[in-house]
Write a protein that binds this ligand. Sequence first.
Ligand SMILES: [Fe+2]
Length: 353
Amino acid sequence: MQHRIIKQVPRMLFGAGALGRLNELLPAKNGAKDWYLYVVDEVHRTTGLLDRLDLKPEDKLYTISTAKEPTTVQVDELRDLVLKENENRPAAVISLGGGSTMDVGKATAVMLNNEGSSAQYQGWDLVPNPAVFKVGIPTLAGTGAEASRTAVLTGPEKKFGINSDHSMFDAIVLDPELSGTVPAEQRFYTAMDCYIHCVESLRGTMINEIAAAYASKALEMCQTVFLSKGEEDKLMVASYMGGLSIVNSEVGICHALSYGLSLILGYRHGIANCIAFNVLEEYYDEHVVEMREMMKREGVTLPTNVCAGLKPEELEAMVDMTLRMERPLTNALGENYKDILTKEKIRELYANM
Ligand SMILES: [Fe+2]
């Protein structure tokens, strides 16, 4: 296999209270017309987090709904609104929220400098122009969006990432104090996204020493947090390292199945992964058992029979979505994955969820 050239986030601030030093990461404003765009999950209207931002009069804050997975339409509309309501482009885009908000922030920063619809850029290295300078500030740990080049969006026909050197953050702030505002179930499902990144990375054929180093440490941190009660800063570091692990390798069968669940049933990424992972004991054995133990300790119960009411064409769309995930499936099962994970097998796995 040919090795990929890996890009990483060049600047990072880590630690409790790091948000207070955000200004040190931002590009200087040139003149009175320069401003920063804050893209914030609307839940933070009531969490008190907005009061901690040092917004200047010229800066603008747009809140976004994350009730559903981010879409190309949502990004295009936000970009159009920002361009309509402001004379010039922002000097920086700052995203504050979970994976969805960070993905919308990344994609919006890309779309402010690129023509057309974000749906045109879903894929590998399709973005021609550099994005506006962008900063990611996770308030929820697990997705790894802060570490990766990917901005995952649901488009008209597929859920797929804008995956480009231009869609990676220029700086991130990892402040464990920010993750205390999240409901327990959401915290758990998002953390399991990280856990699953690590398992899929370690069990995959595209694993290498760098990815394995990140993944094994991040996995251990998730285990500490959920099996012997670790601190919140462990989860934030695990999320980042789990993200770095998949940047250097690839996800696997669970993510391929979960994309189908999100596309058709609208499940958020974290819970979709947990639903899918729960039926993958034959591939990820002791880790599936371990996730169930973590769920028990956290008092989390997964929905069951989630595919029961599906129309046949909806199920087929989910199967097709799964099979589109060529790299993750190749990583998990090798080049001839279609012989192993047949359409029939995928239908069977969905039926068990
Ligand atoms: Fe994920």
